[in-house]
Design a protein around this ligand. Structure first.
Ligand code: AMP
Length: 420
């Protein structure tokens, strides 16, 4: 009988050594940028209540209507979180973070789950980093969030990006725009794709999100929201644009960039890259002044962004950006006999305390096999230990790069490794 083996679910991948170093370096850059922007990390559970996500993301979205991984246990309805903003809003309310005073500046990194059709840049388990600035209404907050997001890509070296910017206005602006869009698309119903036809009555703004070929000429002639902005929304949008100019952050106004949910207000933005192919969005975000109230909290303005890590990695690969490579140990102990192996095991903590990366053979292999392994692991130095070396306290210290060897005592190993 052949043994049964198992593989990951479709659209879910393992991150292995060789690739993980790139992720760790990215995460370090995110943490460091967050520190400089004075944002603090928040980690929320991977499982949330289904109702929170349904309300926080919106019943009419693709995410909630068809992409959630859910299950029930007894009375409880669980969902694998598909995004990070609703969970952060929930934590903000649950822990009364408003009482800490001032604005809350939170960021996160982690896995998210959507039952989408997997393709390049689209997985069922993917990873995002994102940030939320909660409790501030001003355009300065919007620009700080955009600046934070842009800075992470700049740090990584992904600079040929486009920041698309729009305003979806306040609820009054949006209502006026929705009516205008409905009036425009209604006579064109027969020419719309089926998916857009369905959106016409429920949420015509989402027609603008359509990727269907046949909708494109119709969308390009549609009214634009900027013509329907109220006085205060127009002022907010102008301030955001002015501040971006002052900050030297380039952008393009895209009047069809929408977040078709009622909780989203004012600023909307998206960062795209020509190096990604059809899934060209690196990340996006915007203002969501009505969301926290929608999920049970006090009226609280907020603005945030979320970016996909897999897509950032695709862009890195296309641009030839290597953030980090796997590195070998500083010292590989090549041992002959059990006593020598025990000696190495005891010696390694001291060296590690000095910041040296140490390893050894764990299977009693031949000296030749151990030297081969030290080479394969790209060890910088090998220290060779046998019975005689232990008696004389003189060890062969081999520089693996130039094959030079030295005879040194045990107490000199750290100094010698650190000095070369
Ligand atoms: P969203 O939360 O839908 O605004 O997505 C924000 C970013 O997360 C996108 O721009 C993508 O970079 C990334 N993203 C969203 N869904 C997926 C997915 N299924 N697979 C990989 N990345 C994704």
């Amino acid at each position: 009988m052949s043994k049964k083996t198992y593989i990951t679910h479709h659209g879910m991948t393992d991150l292995l050594p060789g690739e993980i170093e790139q992720w760790q370096a990215l995460e370090a850059a995110i943490h460091e940028t967050a520190r400089l922007y004075h944002f603090q990390e928040i980690r929320t559970p991977v499982l949330e209540q289904t109702e929170l996500i349904a309300r926080g993301v919106g019943q009419l979205t693709d995410i909630v209507s068809k992409e959630m991984f859910t299950f029930n246990r007894g009375e409880d309805h669980y969902v694998l979180r598909p995004e990070g903003t609703a969970p952060v809003a929930r934590a903000f309310i649950q822990h009364h973070l408003a009482q800490r005073g001032g604005t809350q500046r939170l960021y996160y990194i982690g896995p998210f789950f959507r039952a989408e059709r997997p393709q390049k840049g689209r997985q069922r388990q993917f990873h995002q980093f994102g940030a939320e600035l909660i409790g501030a209404t001003g355009a300065i907050a919007d620009v700080e969030i955009i600046s934070f997001m842009a800075e992470i890509y700049r740090q990584i070296g992904i600079v040929n990006t486009t920041l698309k910017l729009n305003s979806v206005g306040d609820p009054e602006s949006r209502e006026a725009y929705r009516k205008a869009l409905h009036g425009y698309f209604k006579p064109l119903t027969d020419q719309l794709s089926e998916i857009s036809r369905n959106r016409l009555e429920t949420n015509p703004m989402r027609i603008l999100d359509s990727k269907e070929e046949q909708d494109q000429p119709l969308i390009s002639g549609a009214p634009v929201i900027t013509d329907f902005l109220s006085e205060s929304s127009r002022t907010h949008f102008e301030s955001v644009r002015q501040l971006l100019d002052i900050m030297g952050i380039p952008y393009e106004v895209d009047p069809f960039l929408v977040r078709g949910l009622d909780y989203y207000t004012e600023t909307a933005f998206e960062l795209t890259s020509p190096d990604l192919g059809s899934q060209d969005a690196l990340g996006g975000g915007g203002r969501y002044d009505l969301l926290i109230e929608e999920v049970g909290g006090p009226p609280t303005p907020a603005v945030g962004f979320a970016c996909g890590i897999e897509r950032l990695m695709i862009a890195c690969e296309a641009l030839g950006i290597r953030l980090a490579d796997p590195s070998g140990p500083d010292i590989y102990f090549v041992t002959r006999g059990e006593e020598a192996a025990r000696w190495a095991l005891e010696k390694m903590p001291e060296l590690r305390n000095n910041g040296l990366v140490c390893t050894m053979d764990y299977s009693g292999r031949s000296l030749k096999a151990q030297m081969k392994d030290a080479n394969r692991q790209q060890a910088r130095f090998a220290v060779i230990i046998g019975e005689q070396e232990l008696q004389t306290n003189l060890f062969t210290f081999r520089d693996m790069v130039n094959s030079k060897e030295f005879q040194i005592s045990s107490s000199e190993i750290a100094k010698r490794a650190l000095s070369l």
